[in-house]
Design a protein around this ligand. Structure first.
Ligand code: ISE
Length: 353
């Protein structure tokens, strides 16, 4: 009998975490690939008030290895991990196509959930999650857009909200990765990478994106065969702000995420990591982070701490929710359509209800 089956038979599932702020939150991490392992480590060693109790992955050997590393239980079936009575809350870090099913199961079990981006892989499936949470009558699902917990992003948002620089006119964004994992498709530049700029645009400006156009620039010689890398994405917002994103995922030289705001009375930029950025003939004056775990490590720590605190206090979430996940999915679907057709595609989010 599998560990999961034993667990299910031995206990009666509790219907959801009761928000006792003195109780430690017992968390299962579903999906222990690169990101899930990092989150498991975070919960086991950094986050206060939480205890990693279960890890789960379709790769049984990997699950067992990670479980042994952290001294927790391995449950091979993610549905059983969600239903497990020892599990109060769930972190989903499995591939995006599995998210809808797992989030719906977590909602059904009444278990607070932090779901890595994307919420789901299409606006239709994300909408189903929005409806399911609405039917429950309380917020239980937070989406892992970690940039909202990055100090520089928070500062830029506060600056925009203060009105000091006047109305925003442009956001110029650059999003660069050193390399891509195997099987990274041209559509994934939008769905997996630009999804972050979609959310940070909505977060920074506090308005929805209404149209997307994707252009195909010259391809780098460093991209795997057949991958359209880089791409140039132009987004329009409700108030008419233009947001351009250079997405370039095989730079070979490191991880860079920059945003420059141009407003009526000034400009401001984040993502240099060193205050003043000097460009000289000798080269770039700053240091470049290797990957997103390094660049956004502190943001992930803050995201997890605030999520655990929110769940323990009974608030459920403290950050982007299912509507944000749905809006991002809708914009990304429009981006993929624009990439395929070469046309500007409008975004219709429908009724927020
Ligand atoms: C990856 O999935 C992430 O979420 C990273 O933050 C992003 O930079 C990268 O492009 C994605 O593939």
């Amino acid at each position: 009998m599998s560990t999961a089956t034993q667990a299910t038979e031995q206990h009666t599932a509790r219907q959801g975490y009761d928000g006792d702020p003195t109780a430690e939150l017992r968390v299962a991490v579903l999906g222990v690939g690169m990101m899930g392992q990092d989150h498991a480590r975070r919960l086991a060693t950094v986050t206060k008030g939480a205890r990693l109790v279960v890890v789960s992955d379709v790769d049984a050997a990997r699950t067992d290895a990670v479980a042994a590393e952290f001294g927790v239980r391995a449950v091979h079936d993610p549905a059983a991990a969600i239903a497990d009575p020892e599990v109060d809350a769930v972190v989903i870090a499995t591939p995006g196509f599995t998210h809808e099913d797992l989030v719906l199961k977590a909602l059904e079990a009444g278990k607070p959930t932090l779901c890595e981006k994307p919420l789901t892989t299409s606006p239709q499936t994300s909408r189903r999650v929005v409806e399911a949470e609405r039917a429950l009558g309380r917020q239980l699902v937070q989406v892992g857009f970690m940039r909202r917990f990055d100090a520089e992003h928070e500062q830029l948002r506060a600056l925009i909200a203060s009105g000091e620089l006047g109305a925003p006119l442009f956001l110029h964004c650059a999003h660069r990765n050193a390399s891509t994992p195997p099987n990274f498709s041209s559509e994934m530049l939008m769905l997996d990478s630009v999804v972050h700029e979609v959310d940070s645009t909505r977060y920074l400006l506090g308005e929805e994106i209404t149209a997307v156009t994707v252009l195909r620039p010259r391809v780098t010689a460093n991209a795997p065969e057949g991958l359209q890398d880089p791409q140039f994405v132009l987004m329009e917002t409700e108030s008419g702000v233009l947001v351009d994103v250079e997405i370039f995922v095989n730079t070979t030289f490191g991880y860079e995420v920059r945003t420059e705001l141009v407003a009526e009375r000034g400009s401001a930029s984040i993502g240099h990591g060193i205050g003043l950025v000097k460009h000289t003939p000798a080269g770039y004056g700053g240091s470049i982070t290797k990957d997103f775990k390094e660049r956004f490590g502190a943001a992930y720590d803050t995201e997890f701490q605030r999520w655990v605190d929110a769940v323990r206090s009974g608030a459920g979430v403290d950050g982007p929710g299912v509507w944000d996940g749905y809006a991002a999915a809708a914009v990304c679907a429009a981006g993929v359509e624009s990439f395929r057709t070469g046309r500007r595609v409008e975004v219709d989010l429908g009724d927020r209800g």
